[in-house]
Design a protein around this ligand. Structure first.
Ligand code: SAH
Length: 216
């Protein structure tokens, strides 16, 4: 699949839509404007790729809504060279947006079918995250501490393991709530034992499974 004049035009419109919904960070808007989201869709669905909507990617999972991806990325506000851990690789779209911002990206996916598919796909698109198949509710201690951890599935509680793996000054962006809606939280590690929690809007994510997620 190739990027095209048409796709670039649709992408510009998408950036305009999420700007109107309140995303302000130029860095984030530029990244959304760069990632060819239609590469994650069948040819027949190119129009869907640039609507501001979540879309099924198989295995009962979805590619997140662009506004949601932009919102979480804006809350994280990663700096060039930061070490960032994403939980829930899924299609890999959010991973590509983070890579466009120049971070060193680690990403974990629990579903083996999605993990295998995305691991093959992203290098073909020119994106090189470090991927792992496993339970992201426990984080990835081997590569900790992280400057940022971004969870793209809804958690019942904040997993302690993820707080433990934040660097001082690091931020954890995580939607927490029930199976219908979750409140977006930003937890900043101010010092070894000091965390600050900020609360934002409600969203609706697929469930975070695993040891510190919903039962599996
Ligand atoms: N970031 C993705 C959104 C994927 S939806 C994108 O941009 O497309 C959330 C993903 O989290 C699903 O793929 C689901 O399989 C995965 N997931 C759920 N629980 C998980 C866990 N404990 N560890 C890692 N991934 C998990």
């Amino acid at each position: 699949m190739e990027d095209s004049y048409k796709a670039r035009g649709l992408r510009r419109k998408l950036v305009k839509i999420i700007t109107e919904k309140g995303i302000e960070s130029h860095k984030v808007l530029d990244a959304i404007g760069k990632v060819p989201r239609h590469f994650f869709f069948d040819n027949a669905f190119i129009e869907h790729a640039y609507q501001d909507k979540a879309f099924p990617i198989g295995e009962g999972q979805t590619i997140s809504q662009p506004y949601t991806v932009a919102f979480q990325t804006e809350l994280l506000d990663p700096q060039q060279g930061d070490k960032v851990l994403e939980i829930g690789t899924g299609s890999g779209y959010q991973a590509c947006v983070l890579l466009e911002l120049g971070v060193k990206l680690f990403s974990m996916e629990y579903n083996k079918v999605l993990y295998d598919r995305t691991k093959k796909k992203l290098p073909n698109m020119g994106y090189q995250p470090i991927l792992k198949h496993g339970d992201g509710s426990l984080g990835w201690p081997l590569h900790a501490p992280f400057n940022g951890i971004l969870v793209t599935a809804g958690a019942p509680v904040v997993p302690e393991a993820l707080k433990d793996q934040l660097a001082i000054g690091g931020k954890l962006i995580i939607p927490v709530g029930n199976d219908k809606k979750q409140k977006m939280l930003r937890i900043t590690r101010k010092a070894e034992e000091e965390f600050q929690t900020e609360e934002f809007d409600y969203f609706s994510f697929v469930p975070l499974l695993g040891k510190q997620g919903w039962n599996k």
